[in-house]
Structures are given as C-alpha cells and as structure tokens.
Design a protein around this ligand. Structure first.
Ligand code: GLA
Length: 381
C-alpha cells in the first residue's frame, strides 16, 4: 500500500517535471538573414518563441518588431502588429516608423533647436519646421548590433548602437541598448538603457502599430481603450506642446473609463483637429520611474486584450491618422487610415524647451534606464 503510494507520487512528480521540461523546451530563439542594406550591411531577423507558442520577429534594422502574435478568446493566434515581410520594403517604402525603435528623441523638438549648458544645438529638421523622431536618419533607420539571449523569463534579443557625437545634430557619443524579451507571461518587454560622454537629450520609444484583429483586418475604431491619465499635453497646430498639462475630464481625451477609439474621434474639438485625430501625449498617473499601468486596449469581437506598463512619464496615443492605404502589409492587405494605433511610452514632446516638463537631459556618468511592457491576455485572465 505504502509502496504503491510512493510509486504514484514519484510518477506524478516525473510527469510534472517532464511536462515542465517539454514546455520550457518550446521557448526558442533563432536567427536568420533578413538581407542587406544599400550600404551592404548584413541585417538579421530574430525569431523568438515563448513557452506558450507566442512568437515575435525582430530585426536589428531599426530594432523593428516585424511581427508579434497574440491569442484571441478561441485560442487562435493572429499577427497583431503592422509591418512588411521583407527588408527591402522597410528600406524603400515611405515607412511611418512601423514597429521601430525611435531615438535619440521620440516625438517633436520645436524648430529642431534646444539649449544645453549655454550651447544652442541645431538638429535635423524633418517635420515642417520641427525635428521628429530623431531626425532624417534616426534609430529606426540604423543597423544595430544584435545578440540573442535565453533568460529565465523567456527568449531575448539585445540590440546595441553607438550614436556618434553630432549625429543628427545631437551632442555626445551615446551608447544605446534595447533588450526585447518575449516573456513566458505573454509580454513583449522592452528594457532601454543608454549612457553618454557629454550632456545630451534622450527620449527613446517604440513605434509598433497594433491592430488586435490582426494586421490588415479593418480599422481600430471599435477597440476599447483605457488610459490611466487625468491630464494630457495639448499642442499647437504643429503638434508642439503649449506647455499646459490639461485635465481630460469633460473632453474627448478622457479615457479613464474604457471607450471605443472611434466614439469621439471626429468630434469638433480643436485638439482633435490639430492631431488629425488622436496624436497626443497623456500624462500617466503615478510616479514616473515606477512600472505602472499606462493603458489597456480591448478588442471586443475576438477578445484580445493588451496592457501597456511603463516607467515613463507619458504615453503618445496615435491612431494611425496618416496611414492612407498606400502601404500593403504582410498578409497582402492595404493599411488604410486608422488601421493601427500606437502607444509610444515616452517623455513629453519638446521637453528640452519646456523647463517645467520632466527632464530629458542625460549627463555623463548618469546612466539612462527605462522599461515598457506590452502584455497580452484574454478577457477575465
Ligand atoms: C508619431 C507622431 C505622428 C506621426 C507618427 C508617424 O506618432 O506623433 O504625428 O508622425 O509618429 O507617422
């Protein structure tokens, strides 16, 4: 009797152990060639799989997330980010930063100018009179050095890039590192770090366009969004902040309760006119520097839910207002207006010229760190 009991306990333990081993064995990371840039640099594609079978494809060109799968309520996977199948398309199409790492400075710097320690720096101007997303050749258009890594949390790829003193007009040699981990909790975790040899400004972010119905499948106007923010950053007609942090209450910018993206997007509101829809930074409640929930997006038909957690002070919610159907995605379907949304965690736009905003200055010897997590789940999970 006793012996049989011991046998069954041992057997159960063995079974548990082997299923854990099988599950863990499913996590993997592989690397394949993704082609060459015009300058002849080799570009790779890393394929990360977690223990549940969720998959991310990430290239060291621009740190772009090329594809990312997530389960719906019927346990069916779909690729939920906009992108292209081949490097050539990223290199040659008028790509609106699909899935890329943005740096050195995400969002706009007015007139491409700022002062630091009494010196005026002039940056590349690439958005009307202003500087946008790091300039003409930002971090989204450079080849990073990639290294795959297996971690207890899931497969990861570490990308590093040295941005030389003067690149796009910025001071200081900046060493940047971005680690993408596809965790076994169904998260795409992004850990950013950087250091400089001379004071500079920094605002790194990630520019995936999500469509929780799968890329290329309709617009995102029925997705229900919650943003954990009492205030947002109003701008002028060129999307440069006025300096005010305005209350969202009573405006179409109030997403404190889950609301469909399309419910108020066409309202007669000056800020919506300036943004062509939503293209603004929200001031995330809670203490910057601590990882806290910034936003939740729920797609009501197939049931995918995405949460965004970050240590950053703000999140730019952009509703793909400038997509116009001229780009065709991975499944061969066009990307019309508002067929993807971005939640770009970051500091507020034009911070180098706004002394009251949280600082984006990075000094020598003081490392920069920031973390953002895109977590996928199903309703009730
Ligand atoms: C950001 C900007 C937008 C637009 C997109 C890319 O979200 O704020 O205005 O430039 O990137 O098209």
């Amino acid at each position: 009797m006793k012996r049989r009991y011991i046998y069954s306990v041992v057997l159960t333990l063995l079974l548990l152990l082997s299923s854990a081993v099988v599950a863990l064995a499913q996590a993997s990371i592989t690397k394949q060639s993704f082609g060459k840039t015009a300058a002849g640099e080799n570009v790779d594609l890393y394929i990360l799989k977690n223990v549940h079978g969720m998959e991310a494809k990430i290239t060291n060109y621009g740190g772009i997330v090329v594809s990312l799968t997530a389960l719906d309520r019927n346990r069916a996977y779909a690729d939920v980010v906009l992108g292209f199948n081949d490097l050539e398309s990223y290199l040659t199409k008028n790509d609106p930063y699909l899935g890329a790492i943005i740096g050195r400075f995400g969002n706009r710097i007015a007139k491409g100018r700022f002062n630091l320690n009494g010196v005026e720096y002039k940056l590349a101007v690439n958005n009307g009179e202003n500087h946008l997303h790091g300039g003409i050749k930002g971090f989204d258009k450079v080849v990073w050095t990639g290294r795959e890594m297996s971690t207890p949390n899931g497969p990861a790829v570490v990308l590093t890039y040295l941005s030389k003193d003067g690149e796009e007009g910025y001071p200081g040699n900046l060493r940047a590192s971005v680690t993408y981990t596809l965790t076994n909790k169904n998260e795409l975790r992004i850990d950013y770090s950087a250091s400089t040899d001379k004071a500079t400004v920094i605002n790194l972010t990630h520019h995936s366009y999500f469509n929780l119905l799968g890329e290329g499948n309709s617009d995102i106007l029925q997705h229900r969004v919650t943003i954990n923010a009492d205030r947002f950053v109003p701008t002028d007609a060129e999307s440069i902040p006025t300096g005010e942090l305005a209350k969202v209450v009573g405006t179409p910018f109030d997403f404190l309760k889950a609301t469909a993206i399309g419910a108020r997007i066409n309202q007669d509101h000056e800020q919506l006119k300036f943004g062509n829809g939503y293209d603004h930074t929200w001031v995330i409640n809670g203490r910057p520097g601590t990882l806290r929930l910034a936003a939740t997006v729920a797609e009501p038909v197939q049931g995918r839910v995405m949460e965004v957690w970050t240590t950053e002070p703000g999140v730019q919610f952009y509703t793909g207002n400038f997509l116009d159907g001229s780009l065709t995605g991975k499944a061969g379907k066009p990307y019309p207006r508002r067929s993807g949304f971005c939640l770009e965690t970051q500091h507020y736009p034009d911070s180098p010229n706004q002394p009251a905003f949280p600082t984006t200055t990075l000094r020598r010897g003081a490392p920069f760190r920031s973390t953002t997590i895109y977590r996928f789940r199903m309703p009730g999970q």
